[in-house]
Design a protein around this ligand. Sequence first.
Ligand SMILES: Nc1nc2c(ncn2[C@@H]2O[C@H](COP(=O)(O)OP(=O)(O)O)[C@@H](O)[C@H]2O)c(=O)[nH]1
Ligand SMILES: Nc1ncnc2c1ncn2[C@@H]1O[C@H](COP(=O)(O)OP(=O)(O)O)[C@@H](O)[C@H]1O
Length: 215
Amino acid sequence: VMPLQKIFRVIIMGAPGSGKGTVSARITKSFALKHISSGDILRANINSQTVIFPNTQLFREYYMVKLVPDDVISRLILKDLRALENSSWLLDGFPRTVAQAEALEDAYSADSVVNLDVPFQTIKQRLTSRWTHLPSGRVYNTDFNPPKVPGLDDVTGEPLVQRDDDSPTRRLKSYETQTEPVLEFYRCKGVLQTFSGTETNKIWPHVEAFLHVKL
Ligand SMILES: Nc1nc2c(ncn2[C@@H]2O[C@H](COP(=O)(O)OP(=O)(O)O)[C@@H](O)[C@H]2O)c(=O)[nH]1
Ligand SMILES: Nc1ncnc2c1ncn2[C@@H]1O[C@H](COP(=O)(O)OP(=O)(O)O)[C@@H](O)[C@H]1O
């Protein structure tokens, strides 16, 4: 892992299914950035039954059907970031709306925004073959990284589900209307770096080279 000279704050963006989770795992393997994932934070809060969601059913509804309200997710993420005041981080899954981006910007400004630009046609195919283990958030893809036993989670053996929002059209629509304006927000700030392609394995070397120079 490459140590960093100064504190660096990176955001990874891209449509659902563009490969953010996959690329984030590779980034944190190569660079000393702490991975902050909004999905992981939400799941941790559910599992510990601490705040906000009085019951798992309500979260399930959010998780399966719609985005969590801006003020709820912003509060959760900023609380975790404040605990990392002197660390470099990689933020994944947040911000997804301009309101969230503004809430973040009030506290911290991003040094770089890595945007994964994958054609919608490619994403549709991927999401159709994506299966999720809901309690952990582990994702599989029947072509790219299949589970060892079809339909079952590798670690727990529990069943995998296809999320409602894995039905691509609605998710991509919400990305277009809610999240694309966030890209514009960062473009205006001059920190947006876009990587285009159809395969993670081909995009990754460019992301890696960029971060090597940047960090
Ligand atoms: N076929 C294919 N699938 C990929 C590739 N990269 C990632 N995936 C799969 O596509 C799905 C979405 O990737 P993920 O990293 O979860 O994207 P995220 O939603 O942006 O975090 C997962 O099932 C991945 O295993 C790729 O290059 N080719
Ligand atoms: N920034 C966010 N704003 C609102 N809701 C969010 C945000 N991040 C995550 N969520 C909620 O958590 C769910 C799971 O998120 P995540 O694990 O990032 O999965 P995915 O990348 O597949 O959407 C989302 O469907 C949404 O309900």
